[in-house]
Design a protein around this ligand. Structure first.
Ligand SMILES: *Cc1c(COP(=O)(O)O)cnc(C)c1O
Length: 453
C-alpha cells in the first residue's frame, strides 16, 4: 500500500471551537497582533509549537496512574533513569521541568562573562540563557543552512572551518563548550549528520573542549540520518541515537518534544564534578535530584515517551506527515525552507511578501493573516523573535509546527488551503511595527500595530 496512515487510533477527543472571521479580527486586535496573547480557545488549528502539545498514548496515561510520588528515590525516577541511561549511555542524568531549566543550570556551571558559546543555531531560550550567564552566543551553521531553497540533506550541520577559526581567534580557554542543536530548530528543523557530529567532536577533542547536544529532537534527527546519510540505512534508530549521545559530553533535552510529554526535561553529563555542581543548583531551584521539579507521574510518562518516540512506524508517520504539508505548499508556489524539517514547515516570509521590508515584520504579517483567515496559529521566527539590539536574523520565517499525534490529514489539508488562500492575496498583507516590547525574548509579550491601517 502506498497510503501512509497514522499509526494509532483515537481514544479521547477534544472539541475545537469554531470561530468566524469577524470574531477573529477583534481577537487579533485585542491581542496586539501577537498570537502568543490569543487564548487557545480562540484558535482552530494550533501550530504555535510542537513543544508540550503532543498527545500521550494509553500506555503513558497508564504510567501517570502508576506514578510514585515519593520525595526521594521513587520507583518512577528509577524507571525514568533506566530508560534514559539505556537510550543515551549517560549515567549522570538529572530530570528538570523543561529544556530551559536544563540550559540555565548548564550555562551557570560552565559559562560566564568574556566567554563565547558556539552552536549551529541557538534556540531562543538557549541564546537567552547563554547571554544571562554573561557569555556570548555565536551561530555557526553551514552556509546552506541560511538559504531557504538550498536542498542540502543536513542543513543543520556546523560550519567546521568557522568553528576551527573561532578556536584560533578567541582561544579554547574562552570557549566553555560547543553546542549542537539536533535538529536545528531555529534553522528550519534541519538535521545534523553523524559525520558532522563526529567532525565537531574531533575539533573539540583537539582543544580539550566539551561538546554538548541541545537534543530536543534527537529521534527525528536520527531518523533523518537513517534516511539520508550514506551507510546508515541498515542501522536501527536506537543505535543511531545512542551513537549521537556517545559522541557528546552532555546534553540538554526538552522532553516536551521527542519525550512525547506535556512537561519535562533532562540534563546529561559525562563529567562527575560538573554533574555534582549542576545537582546542587537543581536542588536550589528545581527540586531534589530524583524528581527535578516534576511529579513522579511525569517521570513515568517521560520514560514511556522515550520508548515510543524511537519506534520507526511512529517516526515514519511523523516525518512523512510534515513532509506532506511541505510538498503541498511548495506545489502551490509557496517558498518554504527546503527540504521539509522534522517537526515543522517554515515559510520564507521575505519571499512570500517582498513588498514588506524586514523591519516591518513580513513574517508577523503572514502569521496575522493566517489567524484572520482561518484561525490558524503559527509563529514568526525572524526579526520580531531575534531582531533588536543589533541582531539581524538570516531569514524571515513563519513556522507551522506540527504537534505530535494530534492532528489528522484533513486538519493539515485545511492548513494547506488557508496558506494558499493567503498566498493568493499576499499583496494585501499589512506591515507591522512594535508598540511595546521587553528587551529579551520580546516576541512572547510584545504588542504591535498594523502600519497604515
Ligand atoms: C524547545 C527547545 C528548547 C527549550 O525547551 P523548553 O522545554 O521549551 O524550555 C531548547 N532548545 C531547543 C532546540 C528547543 O526546541
Amino acid at each position: 500500500m502506498k497510503t501512509i496512515i497514522e499509526p494509532f487510533r483515537i481514544k479521547a477527543v477534544e472539541p475545537i471551537r469554531m470561530t468566524g472571521r469577524e470574531e477573529r479580527e477583534a481577537i487579533l486586535e485585542r491581542a496586539g497582533f501577537n498570537v502568543f496573547l490569543i487564548d487557545a480557545n480562540d484558535v482552530l488549528i494550533d501550530l504555535l509549537t510542537d513543544s508540550g502539545t503532543g498527545a500521550m498514548s494509553s500506555e503513558q496515561w497508564a504510567g501517570v496512574m502508576r506514578g510514585d510520588e515519593s520525595y526521594a528515590g521513587a520507583k518512577s525516577f528509577h524507571r525514568f533513569y533506566d530508560r534514559v541511561q539505556e537510550m543515551t549511555g549517560f549515567s549522570h542524568i538529572l530530570p528538570t521541568h523543561q529544556g530551559r531549566a536544563s540550559e540555565r543550570i548548564l550555562f551557570q556551571v560552565t559559562a560566564g562573562p568574556g566567554m563565547v558559546v558556539p552552536n549551529n543555531n541557538h534556540f531562543d531560550t538557549t541564546r537567552a540563557n547563554v547571554e544571562h550567564s554573561g557569555a556570548k552566543p555565536l551561530d555557526l551553521v553551514i552556509d546552506e543552512g541560511q538559504v531557504a531553497n538550498s536542498r542540502h540533506p543536513f542543513k543543520g550541520n556546523m560550519n567546521l572551518e568557522r568553528l576551527e577559526r573561532l578556536f584560533e581567534d578567541v582561544g579554547a580557554e574562552r570557549i566553555p563548550l560547543v553546542m549542537l542543536t539536533v535538529t536545528n530548530n531555529s534553522g528550519g528543523g534541519q538535521p545534523v549528520s553523524l559525520e558532522n557530529i563526529r567532525a565537531v567532536r574531533e575539533i573539540c577533542d583537539r582543544h580539550g573542549t566539551p561538546l554538548f547536544l541541545d537534543a530536543c529532537r534527537f529521534a527525528e534527527n536520527a531518523y533523518f540520518i537513517k534516511e539520508r546519510e550514506p551507510g546508515q540505512s541498515n542501522r536501527s534508530v536506537p543505535e543511531i541515537v545512542r551513537e549521537m549521545f556517545e559522541l557528546s559530553d552532555g546534553a540538554t533535552i526538552s522532553a516536551k518534544k521527542d519525550g512525547l510529554v506535556n512537561i519535562g526535561g533532562v540534563l546529561l553529563f559525562r563529567d562527575a564534578d560538573l554533574a555534582q555542581r549542576a545537582r546542587n543548583l537543581l536542588i536550589l531551584t528545581e527540586g531534589f535530584p530524583t524528581y527535578g521539579g516534576l511529579a513522579g507521574r511525569d517521570l513515568e510518562a517521560m520514560a514511556q515517551g522515550f520508548t515510543e518516540v524511537l519506534e520507526e512506524d511512529y517516526l515514519h508517520y511523523r516525518i512523512r506527515s510534515v513532509g506532506y504539508l511541505g510538498e503541498r505548499l511548495t506545489a502551490g508556489g509557496v517558498q518554504i525552507v527546503e527540504p521539509p524539517g522534522g517537526h515543522a514547515i517554515y515559510i520564507d516570509a521575505a519571499a512570500f511578501c517582498p513588498h514588506i521590508p524586514r523591519d516591518r515584520l513580513p513574517g508577523q504579517a503572514v502569521v496575522c493573516a493566517l489567524y484572520r483567515h482561518a484561525g490558524i496559529r503559527a509563529v514568526e521566527i525572524g526579526t520580531l523573535m531575534f531582531g533588536g539590539e543589533g541582531n539581524r536574523p538570516e531569514m524571515e520565517l513563519v513556522r507551522l509546527a506540527i504537534p505530535r499525534r494530534v492532528y489528522t490529514q484533513s486538519h493539515i489539508d485545511y492548513v494547506v488551503e488557508a496558506v494558499l488562500d493567503v498566498f493568493d492575496q499576499r499583496d494585501a498583507l499589512r506591515p507591522l511595527e512594535i508598540v511595546d516590547a521587553p528587551a529579551q525574548l520580546r516576541h512572547f509579550t510584545a504588542r504591535l500595530r498594523e502600519v497604515g491601517s
